[in-house]
Each structure stands twice: as C-alpha cells, then as structure tokens.
Design a protein around this ligand. Structure first.
Ligand code: FES
Ligand code: FES
Length: 169
C-alpha cells in the first residue's frame, strides 16, 4: 500500500497525517479523522452529500483524493457550530425553516449554502433570487423535501449573511 504524508487544516486544526495515496478525501475525513458528518451517497460526484469547503470553495470530497488536499484548508459541517454547540447562522436558518426531513442530505446542503454565504460576506456577487438559489443548489440532491423548504432556509441564510452585496442573477 503506497502512502504519503500530507498536512491539512481541518476545521481550524492543522494535522499532519500519513494517508494511502488512493484514499478519497471523503474517506479520509470520515475514516481517518472520524468526521462522519460528511455523508456519502453516490460516491461519484452527483448527489452533493459529501460537499465540503476547501480553501473557501465548495467541493465534492468523493471525487478527489486526500493527497490533493495537501496544504489546503478544509471546513466540514462539524466545523460550523460554536464552541458551546450553538448552531451556525446557516444551520439555524435551515432549522427555522424546517428545511430537512431524514437529514441524509443535510451536511452537503449546509456546506453548499455556507459556501454561498461566505462568498457573499467576502463581497463577491452571489445570486440571491429563489430561482438562482435553486440553480446554485442543483448539485445537491434531496429525496425527501421537494426543495421548497430548503430554498426557504437558504434564502433566510443568505439574507442574514453579511452585507447585501449579493446580486440577483
Ligand atoms: S457522495 Fe459525493 S457527490 Fe455524491
Ligand atoms: S432530507 Fe432526506 S434526503 Fe434530504
């Protein structure tokens, strides 16, 4: 088994780990670091359940290797809650809007919406209309809700994220 040492910052904590070169980032997070809130659905880049934020951008963790994350900064859904467990504003907005049912897709949606909010807070133009939110979230699949409540939650999260520099698409 071929391995390589990598250094990644995950949820603010720097870690140097020896990892199998064929290990996906998703398996690395879940199995090596024990961060099992990043879910695996399709495992080939379609469902979005494995979405994490890498260097400020949302990415699939099932379609890249852990070694590709060497030197990068990763945020998983475990990294969002406050020190006393208080929900991140994105999580709170989704909760307030009863966005999810079974919860399997939740971490991926949360990270996609969190990524949009971070882009908005950074002053970049983020589409905020409902149609644009649907388009932005089209890479995340939910089997339960019909998406209406997810868009409601995303809309609320974006409304609360920083300045109103976002522009409707
Ligand atoms: S598990 Fe990665 S996109 Fe579905
Ligand atoms: S809430 Fe069940 S898959 Fe989305």
């Amino acid at each position: 088994m071929k391995t390589r040492e990598i250094t990644v910052t995950v949820n603010g904590r720097k870690r140097t780990v020896t990892v199998e070169v064929r290990r996906t980032l998703a398996d690395f997070l879940r199995e090596d670091l024990g961060l099992t809130a990043t879910h695996l659905g399709c495992e080939h880049g379609v469902c979005g359940a494995c979405t994490v934020v890498v260097d400020g951008h949302t990415e699939r963790s099932c379609t890249q290797l852990a070694v590709q994350a060497d030197g990068r900064e990763i945020t998983t859904v475990e990294g969002l809650a406050g020190p006393d467990g208080e929900l991140h504003p994105v999580q709170q907005a989704l909760r307030d809007n009863h966005s999810f049912q079974c919860g399997f897709c939740t971490p991926g949606f949360v990270m996609s919406i969190y990524g949009m909010c971070e882009e908005k807070k950074a002053g970049r133009s983020v589409p905020c209309s409902r149609a644009a939110i649907r388009e932005e979230l089209s890479g995340n699949i939910c089997r339960c809700t019909g998406y209406q409540s997810i868009v409601d939650g995303a809309e609320a999260a974006l409304a609360g994220a920083g300045s109103d520099t976002g522009k409707d698409a």
